[in-house]
Every structure is written in structure tokens, then in C-alpha cells.
Write a protein that binds this ligand. Structure first.
Ligand SMILES: NCc1[nH]cc(CCC(=O)O)c1CC(=O)O
Length: 313
């Protein structure tokens, strides 16, 4: 029998302190409570400030490095200060530090981007030269590919900060993940969801992953009850694609795997940051081969990329 957490010996859930991160930690806790019939007091939520949270004044890509939002949390997990770490898989490097493991994914939310604007209803309605705010290299590149006339500006900060910038007229539109808005109860601010055909989402967008110490068997069996296998299949295929490209969410790479019964449909694309070139491809295959499909699709896109394509990295 697994030793269940209790108020004297709670399961400590590590997370960033942002409203979105806390909502994700609460969702994880609620699922564990329901799956095991445990009270809220059997859990402790530990908010941890990361480098990415501290440094708000510079563009993320300047301070650089993968795992800007995860390093301190993974250190706490390794040291045993927390028992699990709850992450937006979109923000996770493809390699976990030695001794740590992610093999539990919650049921995936809406994977699409939301179009957010007080003035216009969709991308197609944006006037020539309109100013759009986004700090996502992927969204900027995808938008520039479709609408080279638009003026793209950096847009950092949490959801509330970005909405305030729209209100102040700093930009006329921005994009946010539907999943984040939904978890914050803010889907009202979306004028609409952008379909993947129009803007392929980031790898693992909308998916929460739970990380643990690989050697921690008690936590492994607790998590087994809340892991969602179809989400795992999809996200692991997308992350195998990303890993082969050596990308991160700071790279103009998009990827989405969808299940149709036992068949997995994987789409991926790499872009030049200015949108000047988009290389896209897809694979269909058995769900069990998802990771191999991801690596294979990445190899195809790499082989089609002209010399110098990745030089901006
Ligand atoms: N990079 C920030 C980030 N990481 C995860 C989400 C949204 C939730 C998700 O995709 O799981 C967001 C915000 C956004 O892109 O709007």
C-alpha cells in the first residue's frame, strides 16, 4: 500500500507564483484529492520565484537559456524541498535534469491561440500596418508570414498587464493561449480562437505536466491515478519533434499532434523569425509510434531547410 499524504506529511506541490501557475497547481491538487479521496490539508502548495519571473524588463531571449521559468523549481524538487512540480509543458525544455522525470500529463486543454483585441474580431480584420503585440517568436513569425504589413512589438508581462496595454492603445491586438485564458476564467477576452490551420500552436500548448523525482515510488503511484494517456501520447510526439530540432518555446517552431482513434496526426513547422520562410510537414501513423514520428518529421524539415536557416539562434 502506498503511504498516503496527510496533514502531518503533506505532498508538497511546487509551482511558479503567477495566477496561471497557481491555477494549474490547484487543478493538479484537486485531481489528486478526487482520485485518492484525500482532504486539501494533505497537500501544500509551494510557490517558487524563478529567474524568468524576476527579470521582466528585458526580452526573454536576451537573458536567454532554456528553463528560465523552471530551473529553481527543479532544484527544489531535486533537493526534496517539494515532491512534485507542476508545469505548463509548453515552457519545458525537452530534457529534464538527471534524476527528474515527467511522465504524468493532465487532460489537455484547448490547444489553440486566442485572438485578443478591443477593436477587431479576427486577424483578417486588422487594417494595413496595424500594431500587434507579442513576445512569442513563434506567433510573431507566423503572423509576419501571413501579414507582412503588420507592425509587431514586444508584449511581455502577465495576462492582466497585456490587456492593460491593449486598453492603453499600445497595440490593437495580441494573442494568448486559449488554455491559459480558460484556466484563469478569462475566455471572455478572446474575440475568437485561431484554428491550427491558420496558426499552428506551440508544441505542448495547453498541456500541464507533473514532474517528480525518478526514484520517488510513492509519488509515482499517486500520480498514476491522474495521468491522461491520450494527452501523453500527443505531447510526447510533439516534444520528440521539438527535441530533434533542439528547440524551445523561444524558437519559431510549432507542432501539434491529434488522435483520431489509434491514429496520430502530427503537424509541424519551422519558421524564419521574420516570417520570410515557413517549412511545414506532417505525419500520420500508429499512436504508439508517436515519438519516432516526431523525430522523423523533424529530420525531414531539417533536410528541407536551406543553409543558414537556423543562424538566428
Ligand atoms: N509562455 C507562457 C505561457 N506558458 C503557457 C501558457 C498558456 C497555457 C498553456 O499553453 O498551457 C502561456 C501563456 C500564453 O502563451 O498565453
Amino acid at each position: 500500500m502506498t503511504q498516503m499524504p496527510d496533514p502531518q506529511n503533506p505532498l508538497r506541490i511546487g509551482t511558479r507564483g503567477s495566477a496561471l501557475a497557481l491555477a494549474q497547481a490547484h487543478e493538479t491538487r484537486d485531481r489528486l484529492m478526487a482520485a485518492h479521496g484525500l482532504p486539501e490539508t494533505a497537500f501544500e502548495i509551494v510557490a517558487i520565484k524563478t529567474t524568468g519571473d524576476r527579470v521582466l524588463d528585458r526580452a526573454l531571449k536576451e537573458i536567454g537559456g532554456k528553463g528560465l521559468f523552471t530551473r529553481e523549481i527543479e532544484e527544489a524538487l531535486t533537493e526534496g524541498a517539494i515532491d512534485i512540480a507542476v508545469h505548463s509543458m509548453k515552457d519545458m525544455p525537452t530534457l529534464q535534469p538527471d534524476g527528474l522525470l515527467i511522465d504524468c500529463y493532465l487532460p489537455r486543454e484547448d490547444v489553440r491561440d486566442a485572438f485578443v483585441s478591443n477593436l477587431y474580431g479576427a486577424i483578417s480584420e486588422l487594417p494595413q500596418g496595424a500594431v500587434v503585440g507579442s513576445s512569442s517568436l513563434r506567433r510573431r513569425a507566423q503572423l509576419a508570414a501571413r501579414r507582412p504589413d503588420l507592425q509587431l512589438i514586444e508584449f511581455r508581462g502577465n495576462v492582466q498587464t497585456r490587456l492593460k496595454k491593449l486598453e492603453d492603445g499600445v497595440a490593437v491586438a495580441t494573442f494568448l493561449a486559449m488554455a491559459g485564458l480558460s484556466r484563469l476564467g478569462l475566455t471572455d477576452v478572446a474575440r475568437g480562437a485561431v484554428e491550427p490551420d491558420e496558426m499552428l500552436p506551440a508544441v505542448a500548448q495547453g498541456c500541464i505536466g507533473v514532474e517528480r523525482r525518478a526514484s520517488d515510488d510513492r509519488t509515482a503511484s499517486l500520480l498514476a491515478a491522474i495521468g491522461h494517456v491520450p494527452s501523453a501520447i500527443r505531447v510526447e510526439a510533439e516534444r520528440a519533434f521539438l527535441a530533434r530540432l533542439d528547440g524551445s518555446c523561444e524558437t519559431p517552431i510549432a507542432g501539434l499532434a491529434e488522435l483520431q482513434g489509434d491514429e496520430l496526426h502530427l503537424r509541424g513547422e519551422i519558421l524564419r523569425p521574420d516570417g520570410g520562410e515557413v517549412i511545414a510537414g506532417e505525419r500520420r501513423g500508429a499512436a504508439k509510434d508517436g515519438r519516432a514520428m516526431g523525430a522523423d518529421l523533424a529530420d525531414e524539415l531539417l533536410s528541407r531547410a536551406p543553409g543558414g536557416f537556423f543562424d538566428w539562434r
